[in-house]
Design a protein around this ligand. Structure first.
Ligand SMILES: [Fe+2]
Ligand SMILES: [Fe+2]
Length: 194
């Protein structure tokens, strides 16, 4: 069952053009995003060890994201694309985190909902990347990732529903979808996931 809310604005065609025009740069950034997604799932375990109900799924998600990292790395290696020194924070995620509440409980809800929205955007963008590929291997690769990130988008909303009532979760999630639209619209276009 779908539990998240769809993103409010579609990615700009200029973004997809930038990605397709420098696909190697996109792959390097994508690789980094998978590493950060894995670390993000584990950071919930570290920050909220008392939320025991979600720990198994968080660990599973972290492993899945690390598998994505491995798959992107293998794809890059097979194409002779070298890794670069990782460039710090993602401006998109940073802008979203900045809008999170600071109280412990409210922040927990916000972090889960931000994760849901980020995963849903990832799914939308991987779908666009998959559909733009002329190579069957790349098409299949991004199609699989799109499915997986869409599943994560539901998963984080499901986790929020375990601890907060439906009204609270969906009114805040609707607010987050609006925030995300604003953030993504103001991002500089670059050959990167965000
Ligand atoms: Fe992933
Ligand atoms: Fe994901």
């Amino acid at each position: 069952m779908k539990l998240n809310i769809d993103i409010a604005v579609a990615s700009k065609p200029e973004w997809l053009d930038a990605v397709m025009n420098d696909f190697n740069a996109f792959l390097r950034d994508h690789l980094d995003c998978e590493r950060k997604a894995s670390a993000m799932a584990m950071s919930f375990v570290a920050k909220y060890p008392d939320r025991v109900e979600i720990i198994p799924e968080l660990i599973e998600t972290a492993i899945e994201e690390l598998e994505h990292f491995q798959q992107v790395y293998q794809l890059m290696a097979s194409r002779g694309i070298e890794l670069t020194h990782s460039i710090g924070e993602d401006p998109y995620v940073k802008a979203l985190i900045k809008r999170c509440h600071s109280g412990r409980t409210e922040r927990f809800l916000d972090r889960l909902l931000v994760a849901s929205v980020v995963e849903t955007r990832g799914a939308e963008r991987f779908r666009l990347v998959a559909e733009a590929q002329s190579e069957t291997e790349l098409h299949r690769f991004y199609k699989n990732l799109w499915t997986s990130e869409a599943k994560h988008g539901h998963l984080f909303a499901k986790m929020a529903l375990l601890y907060f009532d439906e009204k609270t979760v969906y009114s805040r999630l609707r607010w987050w979808v609006k925030q995300e639209a604003e953030v993504i619209d103001n991002l500089a276009i670059r050959p990167a996931l965000h």
